[in-house]
Design a protein around this ligand. Structure first.
Ligand SMILES: [Zn+2]
Length: 77
């Protein structure tokens, strides 16, 4: 599955974030970069939002585990 806008391969984070912000029933998605750009959200803030969603038990994302503090799995950007 790839981003509708930039064609990047999508991760579970991209898809979950898009569903959460745009449309839970979406069948085509954008990556977090494109979704953030659309809503004018900073990437760091997006990850903070995801952490909160997970803490509240949002099923669009993998559950928080003992070894998973909700920090971005990929900090390269
Ligand atoms: Zn994209």
């Amino acid at each position: 599955m790839q981003c509708e806008k930039c064609g990047r391969d999508l991760t579970v984070w991209d898809v979950g974030f898009y569903k959460k912000l745009v449309n839970r029933g979406a069948t085509a998605f954008c990556c977090m970069d494109c979704t953030c750009a659309h809503f004018r959200i900073e990437k760091g803030r997006a990850w903070e939002m995801i952490r909160r969603f997970r803490q509240s038990g949002c099923t669009l994302f993998p559950p928080l585990g003992e070894d998973d503090t909700g920090a971005p799995p990929d900090k390269r950007d």
